[in-house]
Design a protein around this ligand. Structure first.
Ligand code: ATP
Ligand code: MG
Length: 362
């Protein structure tokens, strides 16, 4: 058909788009909620991974140097976790101008109140204590995310649970666009849109097995911004220290405990031997001389076993930034090749174009 689908040399595979905001390094929630899934999909799908650096400005505009440093660290985390830049296209949002242009257009297709009703936005305003002073760009990022995604016309988006409301917004934009500009009937099923002439798939949220990993505070979602995260780049010692901070309120090893607590959520995820977890759970519930400290030690050991090969892989990318920058440049070129075609299709459908433009990214 056109350049778009050959840009990464794998046009026969269904395309996915997902990514992260560079507000800090990646943590275990990212691994379980999204990145693990991305690594699995690399062989069967054409994977586009966006680092949403403009969106980091919504809450951190004064720290642009830190945002840049976070971008580099996140790429290192990706590589550590097993994303392969040959098979996955890793790129930064700010270097793909079509995304900004689509954001402007999609903002016209969404009622303002619909954007503000988004429960994830409301939650972020509360949890990050943004009060009434958040920037205009803050709610706009929810609209921007629809453009991040649709610029790549993906079939699905691997995300954690908190992102599902955002994706719902994206699905609404895709349907609306296809109906208004591509003559797709409003009776069409979501999976028929492209066959019926729509530009966009109505993308599906592909929520990982662990949609929401709780933070070490035991309450909030593990989050880069909430100081409750165990990072992929943490040392063995840091992991032990953080796991030790988990508080259950239990007083002694002989006090029967409620095993539906944060400790056992972690035990389920990070202690590989399920029989061992069942045994610990049973003894904990009975208060059979098993202290929180003991369980924490086994959890920390399990997490360190998971992270050790990642630390090993990460080391080779830590010495210089150049390798990381090269990966991003290559990714940006591939991302622009696809996004420019989407923009051209959108401009044709909306009668905005005079003639095709060319954009080269080197
Ligand atoms: P921030 O605090 O800046 O919002 P974050 O830690 O929430 O950062 P994001 O960049 O917003 O991370 O999210 C990137 C992806 O990781 C999303 O798909 C999100 O759903 C997923 N994710 C983030 N935290 C978790 C978590 N604790 N459990 C499961 N998935 C998560
Ligand atoms: Mg978030």
């Amino acid at each position: 058909m056109n350049m778009s689908d050959t840009a990464s040399g794998s046009h026969l595979k269904p395309r996915i788009l997902t990514g992260d905001t560079p507000t800090g390094p990646l943590h275990l929630g990212h691994w379980l909620g999204s990145v693990k899934r991305r690594v699995e999909l690399q062989d069967t799908h054409d994977c586009f991974i966006i680092i949403a650096n403009m969106h980091a400005f919504t809450t951190n505009a004064e720290q642009s140097d830190q945002i840049r440093a976070n971008v580099i660290e996140i790429v290192r985390d990706y590589l550590a976790m097993g994303l392969d830049p040959k098979r996955s296209t890793i790129f930064v949002q700010s270097e793909v101008p079509a995304i900004a242009e689509l954001t402007f257009l999609f903002a016209m297709l969404l009622p303002f109140n619909r954007v503000m009703r988004n429960p994830t936005l409301k939650d972020e305003i509360k949890v990050k204590d943004l009060g009434e002073t958040y920037s205009f760009g803050f709610p706009l990022y929810a609209v921007g995310q629809t453009a991040d995604i649709l610029a790549f016309r993906p079939v699905s988006v691997p995300v954690g649970e908190d992102q599902v409301p955002h994706l719902e917004l994206t699905r609404e934009v895709a349907r609306r666009f296809n109906q208004v500009y591509c003559n797709v009937s409003d009776q069409a099923e979501d999976d028929e849109h492209v066959d019926l002439g729509g530009i966009f798939h109505v993308p599906i949220a592909d929520v990982g097995k662990v949609g929401r990993l709780v933070g070490i505070d035991g309450t909030n979602k593990m989050s880069k911004s909430l100081n409750n995260a165990i990072f992929i780049s943490d040392t063995e010692k840091q992991v032990k220290k953080k796991v030790n901070k988990i508080y259950t309120g239990r007083q002694s090893p002989t006090e029967p405990g409620d095993p539906n607590n944060v400790l056992f959520e972690y035990a389920d995820h990070f202690i590989e031997d399920a029989d061992r977890v069942a045994e610990l759970r049973d003894r904990y519930a009975r208060g059979d001389d098993i202290g929180d400290g003991h369980i924490k030690a086994e959890i920390a050991e399990g997490i360190n076993r998971l992270l050790e090969p990642m630390r090993e892989r990460r080391r080779q990318y830590e010495e210089s930034e150049d390798l990381v920058i090269d990966i991003l440049k290559d990714g940006c070129a591939r991302a622009n090749a696809v996004a420019e075609v989407t923009l051209e299709m959108v401009k044709d459908a909306t009668h905005l174009s005079l003639s095709p433009r060319s954009l080269s990214y080197t």
